[in-house]
Design a binder for this molecule. Structure first.
Ligand code: OSB
Ligand code: MG
Length: 369
């Protein structure tokens, strides 16, 4: 296929509720969207880079620049076979995986429209529905958190993940477990702890957490492997896993027993599938993480989650948890049993609300061959 034009936009969207992690508070998302025009069709990709380089070293402004000057030109004026051929076309550029993923995912979406195959199926997915959990940020008080958890369980979500950090860990887990002894419960530290905290983290075993996500440094395998030997609870890696080789190293070193796959973090659907397959072959379950996406990134996460080894509830949840009004329709909804139905039509599986995107746009650029 030949791409005629690539449009970049920045949209600003206020979150329905502020989201706090150990690395900071987000109240409004600045989001880079890419729109491709090719073969008389249109497709979209969402770059999940944040407004600051706090989760990873990418941020929206670096993603914008690298997309405009380095990545988009490599996809224009050439024949692109399909989504699977994009990593090769972009490989001269090191890093910038979230920027690359937005473009690659949009091309898979185009391919799905051209081939008239549902996107999930094109990626190799077989699930008709995906199991959903929620990620709950650090709250103003424990009482606020308890209310949030009650609401999400009532809505049907199958797993509750609590953001944690020093001062928002043991006492919180205790209170939650007292009220809900049996629920699937996990926590995500976003690298808030250090080696001196190993004994502290070891005390969490009593809470029977499903996993502890990324407790130590964002770029570490070795010390996570030391920690995993000291505790019964499974470690799940998020930030550390950038590609298939990282997954293999982490599994081999027993740095984790579960992997969170984020398509942006690993650089696109091709690498996400490679991580999924490597984990699957080694008996390591995966789940799909989230980055506070709009409906576009959310729809791509749903398609990816339809692969067989996404066997644990992910962080892909209803649009309404993030947005008063999404940029797709219908909005993503979750059933009473905590599942999202995987679309069975080609492409995104949802209609993009261009009028709404226009209204939210604060910056734009068009790149042509
Ligand atoms: O570590 O999984 C994370 C949000 C922003 C940055 C990092 C993370 C998260 C989440 C939210 O946990 C997941 C979501 O609901 O989109
Ligand atoms: Mg995480």
């Amino acid at each position: 296929l030949k791409i005629d034009r690539i449009h970049l936009r920045e949209i600003n969207m206020p979150l329905a509720h502020p989201f706090e992690t150990s690395f900071g508070l987000t109240t409004t998302r600045r989001i880079l969207l890419v729109e491709l025009e090719a073969e008389g069709l249109t497709s979209w990709g969402e770059c999940v880079a944040g407004e600051h380089p706090y989760f990873s070293d990418e941020m929206i402004d670096t993603a914008w620049m690298i997309t405009e000057t380095e990545l988009a030109p490599r996809l224009l004026g050439t024949t692109v076979e399909g989504g699977g051929s994009v990593p090769h076309l972009l490989k001269q550029v090191r890093g910038h995986r979230m920027a690359k993923a937005a473009l690659e995912d949009a091309i898979w979406d185009l391919e799905s429209q051209i081939e008239q195959i549902p996107l999930g199926q094109l990626l190799g997915g077989t699930r008709e529905t995906i199991p959903c959990g929620v990620s709950i940020g650090i709250q103003p008080s424990p009482a606020h958190l308890m209310d949030k958890i009650a609401t999400e369980l009532e809505a049907g979500y199958q797993r509750i993940k609590l953001k944690c950090k020093h001062g928002w860990d043991v006492s919180i887990f205790e209170e939650v477990r007292k009220r809900w002894p049996e629920i699937l419960l996990s926590c995500d530290a976003n690298s808030a702890y250090r080696l001196r905290d190993i004994d502290h983290i070891a005390t969490w075993d009593e809470f029977k957490l499903l996993m502890i996500e990324q407790p130590l440094w964002y770029d570490d395998f070795y010390f996570h492997s030391m920690l995993q030997k000291r505790i019964e609870t499974s470690i799940c890696l998020d930030e550390s896993i950038r590609n298939r080789r990282d997954a293999l190293a982490a599994i081999d070193m027993e740095s984790c027993r579960i992997i969170n796959i984020k398509v942006g973090r690993v650089g696109g659907f091709s690498e996400a599938i490679a991580v999924h397959n490597a984990a699957s072959e080694r008996g390591i379950p995966v789940w799909c993480g989230g980055m506070l996406e709009t409906g576009i990134g959310r729809a791509h996460n749903i398609a990816l989650s339809s692969l067989q080894n996404f066997s644990l509830p992910g962080d892909v949840s209803a649009s309404s948890r993030y947005w008063a009004e999404d940029i797709i329709e219908p909005a993503v909804t979750v059933s009473k049993s905590g599942e999202i139905i995987v679309p069975t039509v080609p492409g995104l599986g949802y209609a993009v609300r261009k009028d709404r995107i226009e209204a939210l746009t604060v910056r734009r650029a068009t790149i042509t061959a």
